[in-house]
Ligand binder design. Structure first.
Ligand SMILES: [Zn+2]
Length: 339
């Protein structure tokens, strides 16, 4: 009899049911008045007195296990009762394919986050602009080549409606409206009439930063640049500033960082110099402040701007600029882990 109980115990432990009817059938089979367990209970009377204790123990275990198992099946079934019968719940789920962030978006976010830690807030402006915000307010001379049809996309032959060639127009818009202190970072897409090749495109992305307050000095600019370079690339990154010219800053500089590929030893990427140029910067020209209604005798400021494609190239060594706008998923998937 003990063997019979053990067999039943095994059977009960493995029992399965697909619906309420099957659970009920199992309950009747084992637990009803004429069920397997009741029959065993009846037989229990004939068990020899010296075995009653042991057999009784097994019998109780069987009864309890069966009851628990049936309750468990019922519970599991009740939880999915509302699901349509046509759905096969045993099928594996469809994998949810998450997209990946575009490499330019990843780098843009990183740049904005770094300047965010320095207290800069994000400002945005329109891509379709006018001459004042893109050129005149920023000290571009009437005959500056950047205004030329070669460089700028004008809309409908109207020289006062154009696609912005840089995000500096956002700085003008903020300075016109806001009293200093101003501490903004302006990311966005810009357009230039250039032949598309592996190293140039007719649209690309910039991030510019502007800080205007009392007593802002070149030393403040340099400190912000050094902080940015170390945060963006690595803590041992070095920077150097070379004098340059931009219409809207005076003095102006271009910043190089120590080549992050060869560590400054010289490689094909840095053309053997150990340095790579990453951005332009300078002190905001007093004319620009005055154009925007800010008293240049009271306030000073610095500005800096960089191409997001350039920084992305440095971080990920993308050799061909066109990859950024072709939406080739094989290229985009490579940035999955950077998300
Ligand atoms: Zn190098």
């Amino acid at each position: 009899m003990i063997n019979k109980i053990k067999d039943l115990l095994q059977e009960v432990e493995n029992m399965k049911a697909a619906n309420a009817e099957e659970i009920e059938a199992l309950r009747i089979k084992y637990l009803s008045k004429k069920g397997e367990i009741s029959l065993l209970m009846n037989d229990f009377r004939n068990v020899a007195a010296d075995q009653k204790r042991e057999v009784g123990k097994f019998l109780n275990e069987l009864k309890e296990t069966t009851q628990n198992k049936i309750n468990e099946l019922k519970e599991r079934f009740e939880n999915v009762q509302t699901v349509d019968d046509d759905i096969d719940l045993t099928r594996t789920a469809y994998p949810i394919e998450l997209g990946t962030r575009h490499p330019l978006s990843i780098v843009k976010k990183e740049i904005c986050d770094i300047f965010g830690r320095l207290g800069f807030s994000i400002a945005e402006g329109p891509e379709i602009e006018d001459d004042w915000h893109v050129f005149s307010s920023l000290n571009f001379a009437e005959d500056h080549p950047a205004r030329d049809m070669q460089d700028t996309f004008f809309i409908q032959h109207n020289p006062d409606v154009l696609l912005r060639t840089h995000t500096s127009s956002v700085q003008t818009r903020v300075m016109e409206k806001q009293e200093p202190p101003i501490r903004i970072i302006c990311p966005g897409r810009v357009y230039r009439n250039e032949a598309i090749s592996y190293r140039a495109h007719c649209f690309f992305h910039q991030v510019e930063a502007l800080y205007v307050d009392k007593d802002v000095s070149f030393a403040d600019l340099k400190q912000a640049l050094l902080f940015f370079a170390k945060e963006m690339f690595s803590p041992d990154t070095k920077i150097r500033l070379r004098p340059s010219y931009f219409p809207f800053t005076e003095p102006s500089a271009e910043m190089d960082i120590s080549c992050n590929i060869c560590g400054g030893k010289g490689c094909p990427f840095c053309k053997g110099t150990g340095w790579v140029e990453i951005l332009g910067c300078g002190m905001v020209d007093p004319n620009v402040l005055e154009n925007c209604g800010i008293d240049s005798k009271v306030y000073s400021g610095y500005a800096l701007g960089m191409g997001i494609e350039r920084i992305t190239n440095l971080k990920y060594q993308v050799k061909d600029l066109r990859m950024f706008s072709e939406n080739d998923v094989r290229f985009l998937r490579e940035f999955e882990s950077a998300n």
